[in-house]
Design a protein around this ligand. Structure first.
Ligand code: ZN
Length: 229
């Protein structure tokens, strides 16, 4: 059983399409939140996620678009949330308002737990790669998961703790680890064996950046795509 894990798409349709192309023969895809925000293709990305029936948890950007509360966003991110509120269809707003805060999957002997931020703070907390083992072990215990998947930081990592794993697949639409390519992971569970592959795919960054500028969004959101930060 192979599961594609994608997170933090951020309305970047070209990056999402490139990732889905690479994942076309996969058994299932799960999205770890933040379909929207920052970029201009909010409806196109939500439509694609719906069309492909990709189970998705809610991210902080979905929450901000649904509630209109951007009080803890920086000004550039807040501007993009307002842009999204102004452009998202009623249907898609309704869809993102109903996303669950976490997902569980049982695959063979392994229990998978998926959340955007962290198990104790599903849409707010950032868990970066330098997190101590102790906290991750606590999360694994709390969720009773063998594989805990989180997003939100846009920085990929894989941590093995005994027979369990904690992973962040990185960001599809706005990587922040100095590599502009779309980042995601493939979880391969077979006969009680787990393998996790980190994948990077190139996409038309310049075209995505131009689309953001044309839409009238802050130019910084276009420029950062070139650098991956
Ligand atoms: Zn994000």
């Amino acid at each position: 059983m192979k599961i594609g894990l994608i997170a933090d798409i951020h309305s970047n349709l070209l990056a999402l399409e490139a990732a889905l192309e690479r994942l076309r023969n996969i058994d299932e895809i799960i999205c770890i939140g933040d379909i929207v925000g920052y970029g201009n293709y909010c409806n196109e990305c939500v439509n694609l996620i719906k069309q492909r029936r990709i189970p998705t948890v809610t991210g902080n950007h979905e929450w901000a678009v649904v509630t209109g509360d951007t009080s803890w966003f920086n000004p550039v991110a807040a501007e993009a949330i307002q842009w999204t509120i102004d452009h998202i269809t009623k249907e898609n707003l309704d869809y993102i308002s109903k996303l669950p805060t976490f997902l569980r999957r049982q695959i063979d002997k392994y229990s998978l737990y998926v959340v955007h931020g962290s198990p104790r703070s599903p849409i707010e907390e950032y868990i970066f790669p330098d997190v101590l083992d102790g906290l991750l072990e606590e999360f694994l215990k709390q969720t009773q998961a063998n594989v805990l998947v989180m997003g939100h930081t846009h920085v990929p990592f894989i941590r093995k703790l005994g027979r369990n794993f904690v992973i962040n697949p990185g960001a599809i639409g706005q990587p922040r680890d100095n590599d502009p390519r779309a980042s995601f992971m493939i979880l391969d569970i077979e006969n009680e064996k787990i393998e996790i592959e980190q994948v990077r795919v190139e996409y038309q960054v310049a075209e995505a950046a131009r689309a953001i500028e044309r839409a009238g969004l802050p130019p910084l959101l276009a420029q950062r795509l070139y650098y991956g930060w």
